[in-house]
Design a protein. Structure first.
Length: 174
């Protein structure tokens, strides 16, 4: 009984870790076409490459390394980026609506004019990020590190702030 339980647990753990591995065919498709909707790119090393204007809607990028990557103008609606490394990534004018960025590292990322409406950034690190003109309408920033950010000119209407309070802003901050 105990032996079969241990084997079953080992099988489940092995399968769960395998499901977090990027699909090599998806990586190839992304690099060749810049189109990879709903792709499994979890844990992939996609650092320091040009993925500007790429279609990554609903892509699974959990734990991916995107540091230094150019994702300007990319469509990341509904993408799962939990724990992703986005340090020094260019996300200028990227669409990150409904994206899951929990525990993602966005240190030094450029989010100028990015759309993060309805996104989840729980425990994300935004230290040193550029967020001028970004929109965080109804985004969840609970426990996010926003140390040193200039919140001037961004929309936070209905957003959950790091302290758990809800922003009552109805217009962009002046």
């Amino acid at each position: 009984m105990i032996k079969s339980t241990v084997l079953a647990l080992a099988f489940l753990l092995l399968n769960s870790s395998l499901s977090l591995a990027a699909n090599p065919q998806h990586i190839q498709r992304l690099l060749q076409t810049k189109q990879c909707r709903m792709c499994n790119l979890a844990g992939a090393n996609l650092s320091n490459i040009d993925l500007s204007k790429t279609d990554l809607r609903s892509a699974f990028l959990e734990g991916a390394n995107l540091s230094g990557t150019n994702l300007s103008g990319a469509d990341l609606v509904g993408a799962k980026l939990k724990g992703a490394n986005l340090t020094n990534t260019n996300l200028t004018a990227a669409n990150l609506q409904r994206a899951i960025l929990n525990q993602a590292d966005l240190n030094g990322a450029d989010l100028t004019s990015a759309n993060l409406d309805f996104s989840f950034l729980i425990k994300a690190n935004l230290t040193g990020s550029k967020i001028t003109g970004a929109s965080f309408v109804k985004a969840n920033l609970k426990e996010a590190n926003i140390t040193g950010l200039d919140l001037t000119g961004i929309s936070l209407s209905g957003a959950i702030l790091p302290d758990g309070s809800v922003s009552e802003e109805s217009e962009e901050e002046e």
